[in-house]
Design a protein around this ligand. Structure first.
Ligand code: 9PG
Length: 532
């Protein structure tokens, strides 16, 4: 029904089934709702579905082209909306007016979407109906109200400082081994890290969560070594996906998510092939998950990074026909219960479905040893690929989640070897981590000079007072940190496609062609750096 609402003094035309004024703010109910403010807005907020999906403020009415390659859609965003015809946001939308005030429409349920069209913010639930919070005020006020309303429904984390993490990924990638990590343990022993976390590379196969031959002491043996060095053992797993080559898949093909026609649903392309998604509405899958979490705790890991969690919430036909995000939440409930009091970092995770069930949440795509790759931004229109700038931009758009969960903006760098970041760019990532309140690095102790090791130590010990000045500007103790010159998106003119771009885009699912284009992009980038 059509309504005329006054939201904190702003007169708004709206549609909803009904509304009520509460202590939390004005709440709407309906499968479909809309808000149409009286005056034009200047910017709209786009919130990505899962950790790695782009989150940013865009100029009013602006829509980014669909990202390439398409085969990465399931892995980088909500594939159901990857080619949505209007600017799309998951769960929460916000409009900024010329005077800086913001009107927010935020879903309080798990399967909601927002689109922007002709001055209107329209929201809908994929299945059934649900509640929406509306708020008008400063950006900080409206997002704080939304966070409080979410906390009341989904819960929030324990309020203790987030652990400081050393994580193996951004130095070893898949090539970590017990031998090398043991040396790192020695090299790190006098640095104030809380957790030493083994990332991808220890397992037999994605799906078969047993140690490979690079971990001869077994994961329990290695956890003991970590603990003996004074750190909490941490371990990475991707428990909701599997590669078709693993035993799990071969033995239980019926546990995997399929589409209406019975074909396996791709959870994206990684490790050189398609990965598939478990269907946790299958009771046997939940049992298997609980046993896996129990095994990891039994090995001695009290910090667990669970990755690729979006897989359970991909579109598909489920064993038990419940909405896709509810299926993920159910799996998370089982996982949470089986992990007991272990610290759970959710990664590659749809944001709302994991709130209240995890301690930390990755709020960005991966950082990388480089700032940005023009092939990603200008040829593939992809802002979810690994890169320091992509991580920084999306993290900044998600800091409002801080009251709900430890917000992990991914690691910072202190080294100068094996790194293509300037010292200013390194400082931006370090400051972001201090602002987000979650600190980690992957730098190998043997890569750090004495000065770099000292600045890492200072970073880990710092307890700065953080003051938010505006959207991208902060005060860290007495120092001002301004991210605004860095985080804008390329202008629309960058997206005009010439013949070369169209050729690459049309064939971007081809791995060898992309590899070639990346190499050419890298060559151009180095040439420009040399000229500077
Ligand atoms: C281990 C890594 C690290 C990292 C995670 C996740 O193809 N992709 O778009 C893609 C995105 C992220 C990603 C891997 C692939 O990284 O975020 O910290 O744990 O897995 O494999």
């Amino acid at each position: 029904m059509a309504l005329s609402l006054s939201i904190h003094g702003l007169q708004v035309s709206a549609t909803a089934d009904y509304f009520h004024d509460t202590d939390e703010g004005l709440i709407l109910r309906g499968k479909n709702v809309s808000l149409e403010p009286p005056q034009p807005f200047v910017r709209q907020y786009i919130h990505g579905w899962q950790s790695w999906s782009l989150t940013a403020w865009l100029e009013a009415g602006r829509m980014l082209p669909a990202s390439h390659p398409y085969r990465l859609h399931p892995l980088q965003l909500d594939p159901a909306y990857a080619r949505h015809p209007l600017p799309h946001s998951s769960w929460v939308g916000a409009l900024e007016f010329g005077n800086g005030a913001v009107l927010l429409l935020g879903a309080l349920g798990l399967d909601a979407h927002i689109e922007y069209s002709a001055g209107t913010m329209r929201g809908w639930y994929e299945s059934g109906d649900g509640e929406w919070l509306t708020a008008y005020g400063t950006e900080s006020q409206v997002f704080a109200s939304y966070a409080a309303a979410l906390a009341a429904r989904l819960g929030k984390h324990r309020e203790v400082p987030a652990p400081r993490i050393w994580c193996s990924w951004y130095s070893y990638f898949g090539h970590c081994s017990e031998m090398e990590l043991s040396l790192d343990l020695e090299g790190l022993h006098d640095l104030p890290f809380d957790v030493f976390q083994v990332d991808d590379g220890w397992e037999q196969c994605i799906g078969d969560w047993e140690p490979n031959t690079k971990f001869p002491s077994g994961m329990d043996g290695f956890a003991r070594k970590i603990r003996a060095s004074g750190f909490t053992p941490g371990l990475w797993l991707a428990p909701l996906i599997a590669l078709p080559s693993c035993h799990l898949f071969k033995e239980h093909a019926d546990w995997f998510l399929r589409d209406e026609r019975g074909r396996l649903v791709s959870a994206g392309h990684n490790w050189g092939r398609n990965v598939f998604a478990l269907d946790p509405t299958h009771p046997a899958v939940l049992e298997w998950l609980a046993a896996l979490m129990g095994k990891v705790r039994g090995w001695g890991y009290d910090y667990v990074k669970l990755d690729f969690l979006y897989a359970a919430a991909l579109p598909g036909k489920r064993h038990n026909d419940i909405p896709r995000e509810a299926s993920l939440r159910q799996a998370m409930e089982t996982i949470r219960e089986s992990l007991g009091d272990a610290y759970l970092l959710a990664c590659g995770a749809p944001i709302l479905p994991v709130l209240g069930l995890c301690d930390g949440l990755r709020i960005s795509p991966d950082v990388a040893a480089h700032w940005a790759n023009p092939v990603d931004s200008e040829t593939l229109y992809n802002f979810a690929t690994p890169g320091a700038l992509n991580a920084l931009r999306t993290s900044l758009g998600r800091l409002w989640l801080k009251p709900l969960v430890d917000t992990d903006p991914d690691v910072a760098f202190f080294r100068s070897v094996h790194l293509a970041l300037s010292s200013e760019q390194k400082t931006l990532l370090q400051d972001l981590a201090l602002i987000a309140g979650f600190r980690g690095t992957s730098d190998l102790p043997r890569w750090l000079s004495i000065e770099e090791r000292n600045s890492l130590r200072q970073f880990l010990m710092a307890e700065p007072e953080v003051l938010k000045m505006d959207r991208h500007r902060f005060q860290l103790d007495q120092r001002e940190v301004d991210f605004s010159p860095h985080v804008g998106l390329p202008s629309d003119s960058t997206f005009s496609a010439g013949r070369f771009k169209r050729f690459v885009q049309g064939r971007s699912n081809s791995e060898w062609l992309l590899a070639l284009v990346y190499r050419y992009g890298e060559h151009l980038r180095r040439r420009t750096l040399r000229k500077k």
